[in-house]
Design a protein around this ligand. Sequence first.
Ligand code: ZN
Length: 179
Amino acid sequence: MSTQLSFPIYFPNCQIIDCQHGEGGYILVVYSTDKQASCPFCQQVSNRSHGYHYRKPTDLPISDKSVQLRLRLRRFRCLNPTCPKRTFSQPCPDWLPAFARRTNRLAHAQQSVAMMLGGQAGSRLLTQLYMPTSHDTLLRLIRKWQPVGPQTPYALGVDDWAIRKAKTYGTILTVARWR
Ligand SMILES: [Zn+2]
């Protein structure tokens, strides 16, 4: 059974074709709108379609339903007659890493919960939030986590202030603006 979505969900460079009720959640049928790609072997750009292939990653839930995508990507025929690769797959869009089973935004949400609660408790909470995953997967996401270092400020304000006048002073640094 299909459902017409009445609110926007954004998949850059893709179009939502259909929303179906699957087992325990929604299935969104999403087509890539890119009409050409470069051959990964010879870099020749091709727009000659040679069929399709599908990826089935999970995405953030909608309301109280989990979401799985049916993402359709193209296969292209390489136009370079000297290239040993006759056909190649269109690369995944930016929001889905190659070979990933979850979108970047879902991975970020699950990783954030895992960082706060760990694997076991995180897995239980994520099931309640319609983003179920195993505690082993959460541990893998924790290991992948890369802390964002502090940004270099564009300008710094420096001043001193008296904790006790003529006795003890402190220095204050104020970040004036981020670049
Ligand atoms: Zn090629």
